[in-house]
Design a protein around this ligand. Structure first.
Ligand SMILES: C[S@@+](CC[C@H](N)C(=O)[O-])C[C@H]1O[C@@H](n2cnc3c(N)ncnc32)[C@H](O)[C@@H]1O
Length: 197
């Protein structure tokens, strides 16, 4: 996909510079609370991977919590804005500019992987399977097909939305700890919390 993707996202981030307030996603906070209850030590000493991290709002929140975070994205512009925002709060994150089509994590090296608003049915399951250690956690939220019925949604391509129940089926080697199909006021999404066996 990727030269065009890089260009498209660089243009998008250049047109609309980052907001100065960085809010983590509510599903990240909720699922992270569940992880903290089940495996308390992991949430302050673990290694985390944010796939297609964009402006890094979730990476930054995790790093402030004590995680050692790698944030991966294809967009040079997005990552440089992410770095500026993180620096405002003295937060250190390892930003990695890479195309997920080619990028490979070190095997079994992460305790947590997160994905928000990004769907690639091939690369994401492969990366998450390889990169998470056994017992490692996955927190995932992205758009569901209901999004296509919303007049004000920017999502128009059905390939970028999940069919009913689909997100959990992408991670067959995982224990599904929580799975939800949510029709929220401003978006339709699927949410997953899963653990590598
Ligand atoms: C909708 S944004 C989501 C960003 C962030 N996860 C969030 O929730 O705000 C999608 C992100 O995917 C990145 N992206 C698109 N294709 C990619 C690829 N092949 N490899 C890595 N990142 C990619 C874009 O640069 C963009 O930052």
């Amino acid at each position: 996909m990727s030269a065009t993707d890089r260009q498209r996202w660089n243009e998008k981030y250049t047109r609309k510079p980052a907001a100065t307030i960085i809010k983590p996603d509510e599903w990240l906070i909720e699922a992270h609370d569940t992880i903290a209850q089940i495996t308390p030590g992991i949430t302050t000493a673990g290694r985390a991977l944010d796939l297609a991290c964009g402006l890094g709002h979730n990476s930054t929140w995790l790093a402030q919590y004590g995680w050692d975070v790698d944030g991966v994205d294809i967009s040079t512009e997005g990552l440089s804005q992410a770095e500026l925002l993180a620096a405002e709060t003295d937060t250190v994150i390892n930003w990695i500019e890479a195309d997920l089509d080619d990028w490979q994590p070190k095997p079994d090296s992460y305790d947590l992987a997160i994905v928000f608003r990004f769907l690639d049915r091939v690369t994401v399951p492969l990366i998450v399977n390889d990169g998470l250690r056994p017992g490692g956690w996955l927190i995932y939220e992205t758009f569901a097909a209901g999004e296509l019925d919303r007049a004000n949604s920017h999502i128009r391509n059905p390939a970028f939305t999940l069919s009913t129940g689909e997100l959990r089926l992408l991670f067959t080697d995982f224990e599904i700890v929580d799975f939800r199909e949510e029709t929220l006021e401003n978006r339709s999404v699927q949410r997953l919390l899963a653990r590598r066996r």
